[in-house]
Design a protein around this ligand. Sequence first.
Ligand code: HEC
Ligand code: HEC
Ligand code: HEC
Length: 370
Amino acid sequence: MLLTWKRAVIAIAAMGVAGMLFAWSGLFNVAASVPHFAVTNWFLHWVMQNSVWTYSVGTEVPDLSDPAMLYPGAGHYESGCASCHGAPGQAQSPVVAGMSPPPPYFPEAMDDWSEAELAWIVQHGVKFSGMPPWPAHAERADEVWPVVAFLRELPGMSPERYRDLAFGPAADQALRADLDPGFQATLADCARCHEADGSGRGAFVPIIAGQKEGYLKATLRAYADGTRHSGMMQPAANDAGAEMRDRLAAHYASQPPVRTDAPVAADEASLERGRTLAERGRPQDGIPPCLSCHAPTAGRDPAFPILDGQHARYLEQQLHLFHDGARGGTPYAHLMTGVTRRMTPEDMAGVAAYFASRPVPENVAETTID
Ligand code: HEC
Ligand code: HEC
Ligand code: HEC
């Protein structure tokens, strides 16, 4: 029989109709209790590998060598990944192991992915597999890097090291007997990343001790309703619930302020540039003096957060996010979009270093907002 275009089209259409009939008949077995054929497994994984490779080409990998990255990386792994992929000293649940395909058990081994590929998988997830995307995947591609740094070290990690990274001293800290158990449990969870005193574990987690109550309250609400974007904080704020969030805000605001212990890596010229912006702004670029809103004395207004003594790395990152329109925040966050519009990366590094080097103020008495 001669193969003509017409016959080819008819044959393909017939196959389509047959496929639809088969799907309609209900005979295809979607039961996850029946594992994929080995060849199906191989094929699906092969398709995934090719896709991940193609889409992660050209990704710029930042420096992942800072050990401080591992705290939020491990902390988030414990809350968002361990339930499926297991953790050192913690076997995978039989319920999860029955998924088709099953999530790989990372404490033992991981396929040979590059860092760019891991970042892509963690940011976007994998269709048809149960592997979810990062909660704020559109805005916060930057946030997956601490998780990638941690995944790199995970296979073969000892349970003790995992406990130290993902829980830290919070796991052993005597909990305050005067607090009710529900509040204690939530504080212990926050402490895994922020430390019990709110000082932030390493330069990738902000200091929240002594921050203004109104700002903390509005910020936790913004994370929970998704108007401030963070794959790490959105779940934590959401799970806490509205009443607990307000208690948390009051609690951390009343903690004695602490200052960053991370060395501020900036030279004199950069610090001076930061000081000038903070005190005088740059009118020709529409940049107001930061201190007109952020000075602790002018700062009785609870909408303006205290920046003094905060980790420079955190401040700089937030400025980039405002500049790129990816930060979100409370209903006052738009003020920062204008401020950062014409700031250069050098401005941001300088002013972040300047605020990190300022002494922390006493706990501020503030008027309350709602
Ligand atoms: C609901 C369960 C679930 C959760 C939660 C989950 N994953 Fe997965 N993950 C999977 C499944 C299932 C696969 C297998 C996908 C495949 O092979 O096609 C997978 C695959 C992966 C892979 C590719 C591994 C490989 O070799 O196939 C990485 C990396 C990964 N997950 C990291 C993470 C990280 C990091 C988190 C937390 C931010 C996370 N996963 C959360 C289910 C989950
Ligand atoms: C997995 C680690 C982790 C856990 C657990 C965690 N946080 Fe965070 N938190 C972070 C990181 C990282 C940021 C910075 C997020 C960003 O870029 O928006 C942050 C930001 C914050 C901020 C905003 C600070 C600012 O200056 O704007 C507050 C407030 C906060 N966290 C409170 C909490 C509270 C309360 C809990 C417990 C319910 C908690 N966090 C649990 C890692 C964590
Ligand atoms: C008109 C008032 C105003 C001025 C001027 C201003 N800010 Fe802000 N800034 C805010 C407000 C309001 C927020 C809180 C945004 C939110 O999360 O809703 C904020 C937040 C920030 C944050 C994030 C803090 C955190 O804990 O996440 C940084 C960093 C910051 N500002 C830096 C600066 C710098 C640097 C300047 C000067 C170049 C500046 N701001 C000028 C009002 C101002």
